[in-house]
Design a protein around this ligand. Structure first.
Ligand code: M6R
Length: 601
């Protein structure tokens, strides 16, 4: 159980707990502890839980109630006979809590989850089985939830349900599993079953039963998980993030591999959007959050240039609240590593309600966004465990390039030889990324040297702008340093006032080849900050003579066509943030206050 929780810890690490059904029909065994999973592991090392017949475990990202021992999951009900764990937010928990307290229930925590536990127990008390009680409970709940429960009197059963939060079933041999993500059980089985909204699942060692809220039995085909268990291990690296940074050449190569047929037609992984509809699309809106939204910004530059279709990029949490203009000819593209980001899920639901087709670029198979989109192009980055997104970012950009090339081909925006040339350029990217990784050592020294800096600025133009934003985000989330990314041309409109003697400024310089004007504008921006005392770190193409003159520190990347440059220019910024955070002694895989999948709005 601890191994599975360890692989899921990226989802939340405020506290953790496990409950086990033992031979006692009146009481479950349980241990839970605030803090990271290692705290729980210490408790268990001192007083191990007995072996049991069924168990549930949880790692938490606090919503209702702080990260304390008592707020940690599981939560007990029915005098310790029933235990429940929960992801998501139960929006009507307050009225449920009041109702239950009026019936004499005493609460032990400040969580919304505990109300669901006592409600479930009240149905079991009325003679319902655990599965029936879970159905009755789900019918009373509002909001987003994955719930799992065990009852000491049903010693071989775990029941679960989901609404707007993920839950996947792992089908083993004489054992079955439930997890928020397939990584929870890929050590034991790679055969998995998706669950739809509002389904109830009951697992025993012998079988799995899925039913709807009305009790109708659901038959569904299992799918094979393409990841293997070793992909969710550190593989000799000190951190998952470092391992995932080094996975990037493979992540990009795998995402690109075998994707276009002989005619340049894109092979989608799941679903379809009719070609006639794609040919008629008059606007694309990318909806995403955080790093995935920066991948969307890169996509905008490339897709607009190749297809001449206007592309908007919208933070998913802003999208549906501004009454966006959506028609049947608006292609909405959701980008998400996890496929479970609630803001992005809500954005695509809104788009579908308005009649717009939705394509998803997602990393996790069977995730909610993958299931709800009309068509899916999977990034093949493998499991990304570190909270900071790295290889998923590169894979998302690569998948977006494929989509852009496909649309350009379909709509006749590019000749066959131009498409072939773009594909050749893309094919060269994994080895170029590898070269950046192989030459990163001086950057690690620089990061250690800058460990005491209070502010770091990042500048870029064109596709270098989202790269600058991503460089700043990485530093903020890992090293807790104030960092800002700016469009380099914007500096003179205000932010240049921040520059003082010694201020570190990273500049992402576009290729001078074929983009002389763009290049020379950024060179001017470097001079402007240098003239005011900035210490410049310039990320430039190999052989860029001008860059060397204006850089206090020069980081070179292989020569690359401008639109593809983010795949190489972001890598030094990832390594810099990783190294600086490590030098400050921070846990780069699990930065404070964050969770990998943000499954609440
Ligand atoms: O799973 P998603 O790609 O939808 O996640 C979106 C963001 O929450 C995510 O990219 C976040 O910004 C990363 N922690 C950044 O490193």
């Amino acid at each position: 159980m601890l191994g599975g929780l360890e692989r899921l810890e990226y989802r939340g690490y405020d506290s953790a707990g496990i409950a086990v059904v033992t031979s006692d029909p009146e009481k479950l065994a349980m241990a839970k502890k605030a803090g990271k999973l290692t705290n729980l592991a210490k408790v268990l090392a001192e007083s191990p839980l007995p072996d049991g017949t069924a168990a549930i475990g949880h790692t938490r990202w606090a919503t209702h109630g702080g990260p304390t021992d008592s707020n940690a999951h599981p939560h007990l009900a029915a005098g310790g006979r029933i235990a429940i764990i929960h992801n998501g937010i139960i929006e009507n928990y307050h009225s449920l809590r009041t109702e239950l307290m009026e019936q004499g229930v005493e609460f032990q925590s400040e969580t919304d989850t505990e109300a669901a536990g006592h409600l479930l127990a009240s149905f079991v008390d009325k003679g319902q089985t655990l599965a029936q009680a879970m159905r009755s409970t789900a019918l009373r709940l509002e909001g987003a939830f994955t719930l799992l429960a065990i009852d000491a009197r049903e010693p071989h059963t775990v029941v679960g349900t989901r609404r707007n939060s993920p839950l996947v079933v792992g089908l083993g041999d004489g054992e079955n599993f439930l997890g928020s993500d397939v990584v929870a059980f890929i050590e034991y089985t790679r055969t998995a079953l998706e669950l739809d909204q509002d389904e109830i699942v009951e697992i025993t060692p012998e079988g799995v039963t899925v039913t709807t809220l009305t009790g109708a039995v659901v038959e569904r085909e299992p799918f094979e998980v393409t990841w293997d268990a070793s992909a969710a291990q550190k593989g000799g690296f000190a951190t998952f993030m470092d391992k995932e940074i080094h996975d990037q050449p493979a992540a990009v190569a795998d995402t690109l591999r075998g994707r276009l047929d002989d005619h340049g037609r894109l092979k989608l992984d799941e679903g379809t959007i009719p070609e006639a509809l794609l040919a008629a699309v008059d606007k694309i809106i990318v909806v995403a959050c955080g790093t995935a939204a920066y991948a969307g910004m890169v996509a905008k530059y490339a897709v607009e240039h190749w297809t001449r279709i206007p592309v908007e990029v919208e933070l998913a949490h802003e999208f549906r609240y501004r009454d966006p203009i959506l028609t049947a000819r608006t292609l909405v593209v959701a980008m998400s590593q996890s496929g479970e980001t609630m803001d992005t899920i809500m954005a695509i639901r809104h788009a579908k309600q308005q009649g717009s087709p939705v394509a998803a670029i997602v990393n996790v198979q069977g995730s909610t966004i993958a299931r709800e989109a009309d068509a899916v192009l999977y990034t093949r980055a493998g499991p990304e465990i570190a909270v900071a997104s790295t290889k998923a970012f590169l894979a998302q950009i690569s998948a977006a390039y494929l989509l852009g090339i496909y649309l350009a081909e379909l709509r006749g925006n590019k000749f066959a030889d131009e498409i072939a040339s773009l594909l050749r350029d893309l094919d060269e990217m994994p080895s170029k990324i590898q070269r950046v990784l192989d030459t990163a050592e001086p950057l690690r020294d620089l990061a250690r040297d800058m460990a005491s800096e209070k502010t770091v600025l990042f500048l870029g133009r064109h596709v270098g702008y989202p790269v600058a934003l991503e460089g700043a985000l990485k530093l903020k989330e890992l090293a807790y340093i104030h960092a800002e990314g700016f469009a380099a041309g914007e500096l003179k409109h205000g932010p240049i006032a921040l520059i003082e003697e010694g201020q570190p400024v990273f500049i992402v310089l576009p290729s001078p080849r074929g983009r002389e004007v763009l290049h020379s504008k950024v060179i001017s921006n470097i001079q402007e900050v240098r003239a005011r005392g900035a210490r410049t770190v310039v990320i430039a193409e190999e052989g860029d003579e001008a860059a060397a003159q204006f850089a206090d520190h020069l980081v070179t990347v292989p020569q690359t066509p401008t639109l593809l440059m983010p795949l190489v220019t972001v890598v030094p910024l990832q390594i810099f943030a990783h190294e600086l955070a490590t030098a400050k002694g921070y846990d780069v895989d699990q930065p404070r206050n964050l969770a990998k999948s943000v499954t609440v709005e």
